[in-house]
Design a protein around this ligand. Structure first.
Ligand SMILES: Cc1cc2nc3c(=O)[nH]c(=O)nc-3n(C[C@H](O)[C@H](O)[C@H](O)COP(=O)(O)OP(=O)(O)OC[C@H]3O[C@@H](n4cnc5c(N)ncnc54)[C@H](O)[C@@H]3O)c2cc1C
Length: 383
């Protein structure tokens, strides 16, 4: 019998399994299809910076905790598997054709990150191929990227080396319970028992939580990507304009991302989606008009409707936990999430405060809830 069953082998499930197995747990990962082929494979691998000393929000702290862990995880994965995940510091430039970037840049500065505002001349000097019609731009020096498919391969190999068992092609559809405890996961094959269970099923997590009598509000939000190939890279920073971006890879490829679409569980590329991404790319870097289109794909982000993912125990379920809903940030937040899940399951003090990741929600939502509870208690006393 496993100590822990992790349901879902994306970046969150694999990171969690590796972290737990590295700390002595016997872990099984069950996936409905092939390990590491959903959103975690589809993502662009951008890793924005963060400083634990400066962050006060739940989202910021988890990003900052993960930023601290990325270099050591990369090194440790490489030394145990021989796989280089391509993690490196490339820097990013946020640009705008029309909006002011002052307040956004101010937040990065206030949370302790290095920000350089770029005048038109400086932008031309740093990235000469970016459109001359850009109104404002700033640079984040500490922005990194990872080749996520390679990272997933490294994680899966490290898991196997650490004794993690994989069961693929096995959809989990429910739970066997004894009182408040889950005893088994129910799959379309056998049922499997364990001491503890973690739902890391990305965009599919809601259904599994409902089957356990809870509700983790996660829905799929499709994102499309176009992959270009260039004989030589016209720029070296990640370039972002709000939710759209260009990510240069060392091998001459460039990712154009991404759309945000409520399309259920349908993964496909659409004419609209691809056309708007290509227009965005050529407007930003006109030289890309002559690049080759290598392929397109899409993935289903787990959207939680708030800044923070859910990393918590399911109410009324002693040994059932969830780590899901990372939306656009699951790759960047994966090492921190795995460490928090391990600390939660093993009863250790968490590295950062956990309330923002509860089902109730962010600190402000909780404060509101506490206020409401206080009001209700006061009214009851008055009656
Ligand atoms: C286009 C795009 C670009 C992105 N870019 C970035 C980026 O640059 N940086 C970043 O940090 N994040 C990015 N993201 C977001 C990131 O990819 C996700 O937040 C992250 O991959 C979520 O990981 P996950 O493990 O929770 O989900 P997934 O990778 O989707 O994994 C969930 C797994 O659970 C399995 N599963 C589901 N249901 C069941 C079941 N019932 N039984 C068994 N198994 C089940 C699935 O088969 C799957 O393998 C991007 C996402 C997309 C789509």
């Amino acid at each position: 019998m496993s100590d822990v069953i992790v349901v879902g082998g994306g970046v969150i499930g694999l990171s969690t399994a590796w972290e737990l197995a590295s700390h002595g747990a016997a872990v099984t990962v069950i996936d409905q299809s092939t390990i590491g082929r959903e959103a975690s494979w589809a993502g662009a691998g951008m890793l924005p910076p963060g400083k634990l000393s400066g962050e006060t929000s739940g989202e910021g702290r988890l990003r900052a905790l993960s930023c601290e862990l990325w270099p050591e995880w990369t090194q440790s994965l490489c030394s145990t598997t021989g796989i280089d995940n391509g993690y490196h510091n490339c820097g990013a430039i946020e640009v705008s054709f029309d909006r002011s970037l002052n307040s956004e840049a101010g937040i990065w500065t206030a949370t302790g990150n290095s920000v350089e505002f770029l005048t038109s001349e400086r932008l031309r000097h740093v990235e000469p191929e970016i459109s001359a019609t850009i109104k404002e731009a700033y640079r984040l020096d500490e922005f990194c990227q990872v080749r996520n498919p390679r990272h997933l391969k490294a994680l899966a190999t490290a898991c196997i080396n650490a004794g993690v068992e994989f069961r693929e092609g096995m959809p989990v559809y429910g739970w066997r319970m004894s009182g408040d405890r889950v005893t088994h996961v129910r799959t379309t094959g056998d049922d499997f028992s364990a001491g503890q269970f973690v739902i890391c099923s990305g965009a599919w997590s809601r259904q599994l939580s409902i089957a356990a009598g809870g509700e983790v509000n996660v829905e799929p939000m499709r994102g499309q990507i176009v992959l270009l190939r260039c004989p030589s890279l016209p720029f070296r920073h990640v370039i972002q304009d709000g939710p759209r971006y260009l990510v240069p890879r060392a091998d001459g490829r460039i990712l154009i991302g991404s759309t945000e679409e409520r399309a259920g569980f349908v993964k496909q590329n659409t004419v609209d989606g691809v056309q708007s991404l290509l227009q965005f790319a050529v407007r930003l870097v006109p030289a890309l008009a002559s690049a080759e289109i290598e392929r397109t794909w899409s993935g289903l982000r787990p959207y939680s409707g708030r800044e923070e993912p859910f990393i918590t125990r399911l109410p009324g379920r002693e040994n059932l936990f969830v780590a899901a809903g990372h939306f656009r940030s699951g790759l960047q937040m994966s090492p921190g999430t795995a460490v928090l899940v391990r600390q939660m399951l093993q009863g250790h003090e968490p590295s950062i405060p956990m309330p923002p990741y509860s089902l109730v929600g962010s600190e402000s939502e909780q404060a509101e809830l506490t206020d409401n509870k206080l009001l209700t208690a006061q009214r009851q006393q008055q009656q």
